[in-house]
Design a protein around this ligand. Sequence first.
Ligand SMILES: C[S@@+](CC[C@H](N)C(=O)[O-])C[C@H]1O[C@@H](n2cnc3c(N)ncnc32)[C@H](O)[C@@H]1O
Length: 265
Amino acid sequence: MTSWINKSGRPLSSSEWLQIHHNAKINERMHFAKKILQSSPACIVDLGCGTGLWLNILDKIASANCHFIGIDGDTAAISKAKEISQNWKRSHEFIQSDIESSSNIPCADMFLVFNMFSYVNDSLNFLNSLHKKLNKNGCVVIRQYDEGTMRFGPMDNKERFEIEMSLFTALSDSNMFRHYDIDRTIQAISASDFTQKDIEFDVFEKRSPYTNSFKHYLDETINWNAQFLSETARNLLIKWQEKYVATPNPEQSYFVEVDLVATLS
Ligand SMILES: C[S@@+](CC[C@H](N)C(=O)[O-])C[C@H]1O[C@@H](n2cnc3c(N)ncnc32)[C@H](O)[C@@H]1O
């Protein structure tokens, strides 16, 4: 079992985990990338770019003269991103730096802030610093997950609450990251200096039988959750995993997750 911590100590950020997550959602990510490129930005800055997987998708569809900048605090992630981007034809750079320090953020037509708020201490200050760095007619695109909007089943309701409460008790006060962060993010967006604040929710859903890449993601999500649970909750979760994921011909199951998607300008 692994906690998927990267070298700079951020949970759910190791390059292996980012790749597993990416593979499971590749079609949905491509769909989202096409949607955000409709505004034809000349410079995209991905804040907390990890290993550059989102920019790698955008590279396939953005105009050839759109400049890409990826910024991440983790040296190993930046090295991997440089490796992944070796064959890109466009101008691009990957910078290792702390994005909470506004002097490290360049100007851009589009900032991507994907699953980053969990690690940001002062979300409002962070957003207002992006507001100052945004070029005319530019926008900030936010995606944010929240454990509270993730569900898989079918599962007995009492068993579900036992598992969810146990996970919430273990992770809600973590000083490493905020695993339940959609509401704090929405509050920061509401209070921010942006004049246009479009908020939506993006549903990601899968029903069995699953592809190998999604099954891998589901399995690892369950294993990751299990390590934080009480013994009772862990046994319930593992029993579910054995019945619906681990057996050769499992019964029908589903997975659904709702992400916050916001566009600010
Ligand atoms: C969960 S990953 C998200 C990666 C990518 N945005 C995605 O959605 O696949 C979070 C990333 O943010 C980076 N990170 C967290 N806090 C940071 C900070 N203050 N400055 C720069 N990078 C940071 C981590 O190193 C990690 O690569």
